[in-house]
Design a binder for this molecule. Structure first.
Ligand SMILES: *Cc1c(COP(=O)(O)O)cnc(C)c1O
Length: 397
């Protein structure tokens, strides 16, 4: 391929896809790939879902963009539905996960500033976290490889070891505004924060008068078998960032909050030109039509069970390549014993698309609409890839 004029921020494969249908992506030559990446948990209802295509094209014929200087009915409708389906009382719409987390950070700081405690601006974050690529969100994530070369990190993030309540208690202080955490670390390697730990954090926040901020950019909108993952823990946050699956492939994100916290964002305090764009709202409303329909999330849990059982069998058979199956819902990870890239490439050779993650993990993120036959096919491909890797390893280099 000729040299590309794109800024080389990504290590891309040479695969190009022309169209998609459900759980499949097709190359120009019509080769079918089973998509267990979903554009990193984005195309939650698969490709070209008829209800989403219809919603987008219908809105495209009406109006594309209206400034946030006017009331936008589809925005209000989506906000009402998100609130009805969650802990939240109000919503700010934006366009990406990082922006939703950025809004959450600003909201937490502003809440305390307006409640007589402007010194409370710091957030406690966790090792291995990922919150996006803006200056504040790379500082929140705190990963050296993301911060390298970008000058002084944004001030106000205190990183502690994941799952360590004592460490959180040691750091929490008079300048703490809140605790920011992903219920399951996606980029960090599908590491599950235990539900008891989330409950302990909630209790600690209440005791110390600080806010609990959840980054559900990857775990939300049904990905774990609940609308939001924190529901498994039986707690609610004060602020929550949502994106990825919310638009089913159309860029849209949301920052959800309780009434008390959300009220701190007054006119002029924040904004986004494209945030809550009518096209995005139409598609996200259509995504909710499907995800909130009776039985949808139960079906996700059923598919999870099947996929986990099949993967456990593969792990038992190929324990020399796969150490562990982890994650929840249709957000699963294979912890590899070989470099995860090797495993991922072997899967791609079998025309199965997956995503790499930290901690030497390969992520499996099928569309939430995935069927039993596709799950079985994916596992057959994973087995074939494992056999291929072993056969390759047996041949002297
Ligand atoms: C993907 C992701 C983000 C960043 O989302 P962008 O849309 O890329 O800005 C933030 N937090 C988590 C947990 C994510 O998975």
């Amino acid at each position: 391929m000729s040299k590309s004029p794109l800024v080389s921020t990504y290590a891309r494969s040479d695969l190009t896809f022309e169209w998609g249908d459900g759980a499949y992506l097709f190359t120009e030559d019509g080769e079918a790939y089973l998509d267990f990446a979903s554009g990193v948990a984005v195309t939650a209802l698969g490709h070209a879902h008829p209800h989403l295509v219809e919603a987008l094209t219908e809105q495209a014929r009406k109006v594309w963009h209206v400034a946030n200087l006017h009331r936008i009915p589809e925005q209000e409708r989506l906000a009402v539905r998100l609130c009805q389906a969650s802990f939240a009382d109000c919503v700010f719409f934006c366009n990406s996960g990082a922006e939703a987390v950025e809004c959450a950070i600003k909201m937490a700081r502003r809440y305390h500033a307006l409640h007589g405690a402007p010194e409370r601006y710091r957030l406690i974050t966790f090792d291995g976290a990922f919150h996006g690529r803006t200056l504040a969100t790379i500082s929140a994530g705190g990963q050296p490889k993301h911060l390298d070369g970008f000058g002084p990190p944004v001030e106000g993030f205190d990183k502690v070891k994941a799952g360590d309540l004592r460490a959180v208690e040691a750091v929490i202080g008079p300048e703490t505004a809140g605790i920011l955490i992903e219920p399951i670390m996606g980029e960090g390697g599908m590491r599950e924060v235990s539900w008891p730990f989330l409950r302990e954090l909630r209790a600690l926040c209440d005791e110390r008068g600080v806010l609990l901020l959840l980054d559900e950019v990857q775990t939300g909108i049904g990905r774990t078998g609940r609308f939001f993952a924190h529901e498994w823990a039986g707690i609610t946050p004060d602020i929550l960032a949502s994106a990825k699956g919310l638009g089913g492939g159309f860029p849209v994100a949301a920052c959800l909050a309780t009434e008390e916290v959300g009220a701190s964002m007054t006119p002029g305090s924040h904004g986004s030109t494209f945030g809550g764009n009518p096209l995005a709202m139409a598609v996200a409303n259509a995504v909710l039509d499907v995800v909130l329909a009776p039985g949808f999330l139960e079906r996700v849990a059923k598919m999870e069970l099947r996929l986990k059982q099949r993967l456990a069998a593969v792990r038992d058979e190929h324990g020399d390549l796969i150490e562990e199956v982890r994650g929840q819902g249709l957000m699963l990870g294979l912890k590899a014993r070989v470099p995860n890239q090797e495993l991922l490439k072997a899967f791609a050779t079998e025309r199965l698309l997956t995503v790499q993650a930290g901690d030497n993990v390969v992520r499996l993120l099928p569309p939430l609409t995935v069927g039993e036959a596709e799950i079985d096919l994916a596992c057959t491909k994973i087995e074939a890839a494992c056999l291929r890797l072993k056969a390759g390893a047996a041949v002297p280099a």
